[in-house]
Design a protein around this ligand. Structure first.
Ligand code: ADP
Ligand code: MG
Length: 558
C-alpha cells in the first residue's frame, strides 16, 4: 500500500488560521512580546547550567518602536535568537514550537516560565501586517539571518547584518481600508495600553521611546521636544510578591488600578496555592453593590492569567453564582490553553482552582463574621441577598456552604443574627426556629401571630426579603431544629390548645359556620384560637406554603 502525505494549501490554511482563531487582532502584540520573553528566558535557563554565560539582568529587555512615517512597528529583543535552521523550522513550519521543544528538553528545571507551546502565535502578526521581517542572530553564532514573508507566498531567508544577539521583528502595518483602520497599532498611547493590558507582568522590561513636548527648564512658556525611553510594564505582579511585603494600601491601589470598583474593598484575599494545583490569586470582597449587580447585565468572573499573561477578562467558571460579587484575578502555570490562548482546553485544572477559591472565600467570610462583625454586616447588606439566592438555587445543594453565612433580623433587639446565634440562646423548651414573613419589621411586629411566640420569650426571625422564606425551605432544619412560620397552624406551643378549641367549636358553631360561609373561597375554616392576646383575629396556614410565599408566587410572571 502506498502511503501519501496530506497536501495542504498552506497559503489558505494560514489565512484561515490567523483570521479565525483570534477574536481580537490586538493580541498579535501579546504574542510577539511573549515570544521575546520566552527567548530571553531561554538565555536565563542556559545561564543556570552554563558557567561561561552570565545573565546580567540589565542587558535583557524588549523594545517596541513605532514609526508612523514608514508605517512600521518593530519589536526587538535581546533573547537567544534564531539560527537559519531555527528560522526555517520555527517560523517556516506552522504549528512547530521551538519553545515547546525547549520546555520538554528542560523539564527537570524548576519554575520555567516559557509561554509558547502551539507554534502559531507568531503568525498573528499577519492580522495587522502585510510584510513581516525577522532579523535574528542566535547565541553563539557569528552570522545573522533575515526571514521575510508576506504571509501568503512563503518566505525568503538570507544572510543579514546584526551586531548583537537577539531578534528584531519589523511589521509593515497594513494600509487602512474602508472597513479597517490599522493606525492604532502605530499610536503610542494605544500601544502602551495594549501592552499594559496583556503584557504588564512579563518579567523583562518592555521599553518604548516616548516623544512629546515639555516646558523648557528655566522658562515659563518655552517648550522643547523630548524623547524618553520608558518602561511600560510593571514586571513583578503584586500577586507574586510576598504577603508580608504588602500593605492594605497596596491591595487597594491594585483594586482601583484594575477598575474592579470605585469603592474601597472590604476585604482582600491573597492566595498562593502550591498543592495539587498551583496558582496565585488576589480576590476582593467589595464594600458596596455595583449598580447593576442584581440585573441581567452584571457579569461575574475573575481575570485569568496563564503565567502572567492575560488570557481572559472575566472567567465566569472561577466563581459560583452565589459569590458573583467577588472581584479579582487568578494566575496559574498549570492551565491547558486552547490554541488561541483565549480559552481553556480542559477545565479540570480550572475546576480545581474554582473549588479551592470557593472554600477560601467562604472561610474568609466566616472569619470576617467572627472577628469583624461590623464589616460583615456591611457586606451582608450589599450581598446577603445573593447568598440567600445561592441557598435557594440548584435545589438547595449549596446550603451547606452558605447556611452559616446567613443573617436575619430578629425580634431580639432588632439586630441581625446568625442561625447559630439564634440556636445558642433558645430556651430549653423551645422546639422550633420561629420566623415571620412580611414587608417590613414594623409590619411583622403588628402581626397577631407573633404575640404568643414572643410572650413565651422565644425569638422570631424577620423575613422581609422575598427570597428569605424560599431559602429557608431549602435548608429545612438547622442543627436539627426545624423552621416554623408563626402563621402556621401548629406552632408547637399550645399543648392544651386542641381540646379547648374543640369545646369552643361546639359552643360557637353557629357563628363559625356563618363566618365560614361568608368568607367561602377565601378561608377554609374558622376556629377559636388560644394564641391571640391583644388581637381579635388572625390568619394561619395549614400547608407548607405561608401566605407571604403565596403572595410572591402569585406576583411572579408566568
Ligand atoms: P509558540 O510561541 O507557541 O512556540 P510561535 O508561533 O509564537 O509559537 O513561535 C514559534 C517559534 O518561533 C517559537 O517556539 C520560538 O522557537 C520561535 N520564536 C518566535 N519568536 C522568537 C523570538 N523573538 N526569539 C527567538 N525565537 C522565537
Ligand atoms: Mg508564541
Amino acid at each position: 500500500m502506498e502511503k501519501k502525505q496530506f497536501q495542504a494549501e498552506s497559503k489558505r490554511l494560514l489565512e484561515m488560521m490567523i483570521n479565525s482563531i483570534y477574536t481580537q487582532r490586538e493580541i498579535f502584540l501579546r504574542e510577539l512580546i511573549s515570544n521575546s520573553s520566552d527567548a530571553i528566558d531561554k538565555i536565563y535557563y542556559k545561564a543556570l547550567t552554563d558557567d561561561s554565560l552570565v545573565f546580567d539582568k540589565d542587558s535583557y529587555f524588549i523594545k517596541v518602536i513605532a514609526d508612523k512615517t514608514n508605517r512600521t512597528l518593530t519589536i526587538r529583543d535581546t533573547g537567544i535568537g534564531m539560527t537559519k535552521e531555527d528560522l526555517e523550522n520555527n517560523l517556516g513550519i506552522i504549528a512547530k514550537s521551538g519553545s515547546l521543544a525547549f520546555k520538554k528538553d528542560n523539564e527537570a528545571k524548576d519554575g520555567h516560565n516559557i509561554i509558547g507551546q502551539f507554534g502559531v502565535g507568531f503568525y498573528s502578526a499577519f492580522m495587522v501586517a502585510d510584510v513581516v521581517t525577522v532579523t535574528s542572530k542566535a547565541l553563539g553564532s557569528d552570522t545573522a539571518y533575515k526571514w521575510e514573508s508576506t504571509g501568503t507566498d512563503g518566505y525568503t531567508i538570507e544572510a543579514a547584518e546584526k551586531d548583537s544577539v537577539g531578534t528584531e521583528i519589523v511589521l509593515q502595518i497594513k494600509a487602512n481600508t474602508e472597513d479597517d483602520n490599522y493606525d492604532e497599532f502605530l499610536d503610542e498611547y494605544r500601544l502602551k495600553a495594549i501592552i499594559k493590558k496583556y503584557s504588564d507582568f512579563i518579567r523583562y522590561p518592555i521599553k518604548m521611546d516616548v516623544a512629546g513636548k515639555r516646558l523648557k527648564e528655566g522658562t515659563e512658556d518655552e517648550f522643547e521636544d523630548y524623547q524618553d525611553e520608558q518602561q511600560l510594564n510593571s514586571m513583578v505582579p503584586i500577586w507574586r510578591k510576598n504577603k508580608s511585603e504588602l500593605t492594605p494600601e497596596d491591595y487597594e491601589k491594585f483594586y482601583h488600578e484594575k477598575h474592579y470598583g470605585f469603592d474601597k474593598p472590604l476585604k482582600h484575599i491573597h492566595v498562593s496555592a502550591d498543592g495539587a494545583v498551583v496558582y496565585q490569586a488576589i480576590l476582593f470582597v467589595p464594600e458596596s453593590m455595583p449598580f447593576d449587580y442584581y440585573s441581567k447585565e452584571y457579569e461575574k468572573g475573575l481575570e485569568l492569567y496563564a503565567n502572567g499573561v492575560l488570557i481572559m477578562n472575566k472567567c465566569a467558571d472561577l466563581l459560583p453564582d452565589y459569590f458573583s460579587f467577588v472581584k479579582g484575578m487568578v494566575d496559574s502555570e498549570s492551565l491547558s490553553l486552547n490554541i488561541s490562548r483565549e480559552m481553556l482546553q480542559h477545565d479540570r485544572q480550572l475546576k480545581l482552582i474554582a473549588k479551592n477559591i470557593q472554600s477560601k472565600i467562604k472561610s474568609q467570610l466566616q472569619s470576617m463574621l467572627k472577628d469583624e462583625r461590623e464589616k460583615y454586616e456591611t457586606f451582608y447588606k450589599s450581598f446577603g441577598r445573593q447568598l440567600k439566592f445561592g441557598v435557594y438555587s440548584d435545589y438547595g445543594t449549596h446550603k451547606d456552604v452558605l447556611q452559616d453565612l446567613l443573617m436575619f433580623h430578629s425580634s431580639n433587639e432588632k439586630k441581625l443574627v446568625t442561625l447559630d446565634e439564634y440556636i445558642a440562646r433558645m430556651p430549653e423548651d423551645q422546639k422550633y426556629i420561629y420566623y415571620a414573613s412580611g414587608e417590613s419589621m414594623e409590619r411583622i411586629d403588628k402581626l397577631p401571630q407573633t404575640e404568643i411566640v414572643t410572650d413565651k420569650g422565644y425569638e422570631i426571625l424577620y423575613f422581609t426579603d422575598d427570597i428569605d422564606e424560599f431559602a429557608i425551605k431549602m435548608i429545612m432544619t438547622y442543627k436539627e431544629k426545624e423552621f416554623k412560620s408563626v402563621s402556621s397552624g401548629d406552632l408547637g406551643i399550645e399543648a392544651d390548645d386542641k381540646s379547648e378549641t374543640e369545646a369552643d367549636k361546639s359552643e360557637n358553631k353557629e357563628l363559625f359556620d356563618y363566618m365560614t360561609s361568608l368568607l367561602s373561597g377565601k378561608v377554609s375554616n374558622v376556629k377559636a384560637s388560644k394564641r391571640l392576646k391583644k388581637h381579635p383575629v388572625c390568619l394561619s396556614t395549614d400547608g407548607d406554603m405561608t401566605i407571604e410565599m403565596e403572595k410572591i408566587l402569585n406576583a411572579m410572571p408566568n
